[in-house]
Ligand binder design. Structure first.
Ligand code: G4P
Length: 534
């Protein structure tokens, strides 16, 4: 098959949601439909449950799951579907943001009872920033949910996206009868799955004007429902593929992932309208997937679960060309050639060595410390991909060495864990002070635990008065230097040597913006994205 055909048959996406909305359940049902797994329960939830015996055991369990479910691929109607897993805990949100740089679209799961939740908002901000196409699955219709019109209005308003229902539910909760499919003009009848029923059983469908539907919905209720369908048609905007592809319009589906209901409609539409791998922007040029030569970037790194083996797995998203096992590739940052003898793909607990992969695919590469997040791989070209940013952390703490005899190990550990993307490392001008920035408390526990178990060092973290970190650039060099000198106490360097200003409060920042008018304070390390993610 030609490269362009390989590109066109791929759909690489992530399922995102607020925890508990049904991401794991939906993933499982999609895999069942694709024949990638045979039984329900094969996909483990990667949620970290605080309440279990030991947080650390839970973190290790989660790390194990994250490796095996990092990418789940299956073929459906001649389309290769790659689902990229995202962490189930908000403290690891940055990992999710980075995974979103490696997908071509997303499916957003909303709990019909709860509507838009905190994580939904944040994830959608990142999607909008990148113009990622979004499809919405409104889940748990078998539960007494909110009014559907009200729910969709909330989606439009809070997520700043135009919604376009592709299906429409017939009641909800105990009265939930199914969904109407606008495209096929059919009604799928809802039947809750029983305990021992195969979960891949598909619902029965009838044409809306059939005798069966009249009996099913009821002679009296059918005209009311049909009127509602008409209303929906007029109330919401018509589907526009370009608006969807640019991330402004989201097709909406209703169903119950647990009962494998409404999922088929979602999957069938997804493979039809979701974009195949698109172009990527590097600092040097735009990369098109059909280019013959391989390019790709690392968006995720996993340390080995066994502390005796320091090797890690770097996840490479292929952007162009064909990846081949044992071929020599170029690592532009290190100016080094590397060959990969056992590149892997991961699939619901099974790991397979692959011989080749194409744009849109994700390959796991065994790494001895050569890669950090954002690194690229080429056939000799010097490329730096854009848009794999670090986001301004929400908590900043100083690393305190607790074992003076192991300071080298601590230093190495902190740098490696930061390279893995677990947290951000900032070093203050003096050079001695290391500050760890994260989006959640849990990362400090993870770092402490892993520093002790994997590097044999000990550390604690001291609170700092800062609440945010901003990358600074300035059009007036003199003013920028003046600022950096005057604020040297609060200036640090990130892993790439960029200047970062540590801020105590937004008020403080706003006051400084008025004084230093030529300086820009960026909330992501990729200035081009100009993030609104705060
Ligand atoms: P997440 O990955 O987004 O965090 O959510 P997950 O799929 O783990 O689902 C969260 C809970 O919601 C699970 O229940 C799951 O069974 C339930 N759920 C998912 N889809 C539906 C649905 O369509 N209808 C109903 N009624 N429930 C649904 P749990 O009790 O937390 O876990 P479990 O013991 O069932 O695994």
């Amino acid at each position: 098959m030609s490269l362009i055909n390989e590109v066109n048959k791929r759909r690489t996406f992530a399922i995102i949601s607020h925890p508990d909305a049904g991401k794991t359940t939906l993933t499982e049902k999609l895999l069942l439909m694709g024949g990638a797994i045979q039984t329900a329960g094969a996909v483990k939830s990667n949620k970290i449950r605080r309440s279990t015996t030991s947080d650390f055991m839970e973190i290790e369990r989660q790390r194990g799951i994250s490796v095996s479910t990092s990418v789940m691929a299956f073929d459906y109607k001649d389309v290769r579907v790659n689902i990229l897993d995202t962490p189930g805990h908000k403290d690891f949100a940055e990992d999710t943001y980075r995974t979103l740089t490696a997908v071509d679209s997303v499916i957003l799961v909303i709990d019909s009872v709860k509507g838009v939740e905190e994580q939904t908002r944040r994830l959608m901000e990142v999607c909008r920033m990148r113009h990622t196409p979004v499809m919405v699955f409104i889940n748990k219709l078998d539960r007494e949910g909110r009014d559907v019109f009200e729910l969709l209005e909330e989606l439009e308003k809070e997520l700043n996206i135009t919604v376009c229902p592709f299906t429409w539910p017939i009641n909800s909760g105990r009265d939930f009868k199914g969904v109407y499919n606008y495209k096929t003009n059919e009604v799928s009848a809802f039947k809750p799955l029983q305990n021992n029923e195969p979960t891949d059983q598909l619902p029965v469908t009838y044409l809306i004007d059939s005798e069966e539907v009249r009996n099913y919905i009821g002679e009296a209720k059918l005209p009311v429902f049909k009127e509602e369908l008409e209303m929906v048609h007029h109330f919401f905007e018509k589907f526009n593929h370009d608006l969807y592809k640019d991330g402004y319009m989201a097709p909406v589906f209703f169903g119950s992932a647990l009962n494998n209901f409404g999922v088929l409609e979602l999957l069938d539409t997804f493979i039809e309208i979701a974009p195949s791998p698109g172009s990527y922007e590097a600092s040097q040029r735009v990369i098109v997937p059909s280019e013959e030569k391989l390019t790709g970037f690392v968006f995720k790194i996993h340390a080995n679960l066994d502390p005796n083996h320091r090797d890690r797995i770097a996840f490479l998203r292929i952007c162009s060309g064909k990846f081949e096992r044992n071929k020599l590739y170029f690592h532009p940052r290190l100016k080094k050639k590397i060959r990969f003898a056992s590149p892997t793909s991961f699939m619901a607990n099974t790991k397979t060595v692959i011989d080749e992969a194409f744009p849109g695919d994700v390959v796991g590469l065994f790494d001895n410390g050569d890669f950090t997040i954002g690194d690229s791989l080429t056939e000799g070209e010097n490329l730096t991909f854009k848009g794999i940013p670090n986001f301004s952390p929400e908590i900043l703490r100083e690393v305190i060495n607790q074992d003076p005899f192991r300071s080298k190990q601590l230093d190495k550990g902190i740098r490696q864990l930061a390279g893995e993307g677990l947290a951000q490392l900032f070093i203050t001008n003096g050079g001695n002070k290391k500050i760890i920035g994260t989006v959640g408390e849990l990362q400090y526990d993870v770092i402490k635990f892993r520093i002790e178990h994997e590097y044999g060092a000990k550390c604690s973290f001291a609170s700092l008065p800062y609440t945010k970190a901003y990358w600074v650039t300035g059009s007036d060099k003199e003013e920028l230097n003046r600022f950096l000198n005057q604020k040297s106490e609060s200036i640090a360097q990130d892993k790439d040597g960029n200047q970062v200003f540590l801020v105590e409060s937004v008020w403080n920042l706003n006051a400084l913006k008025k004084i230093y008018t030529s300086i820009t304070f960026h909330s992501t390390s990729d200035f081009k994205l100009e993030s609104q993610v705060q």
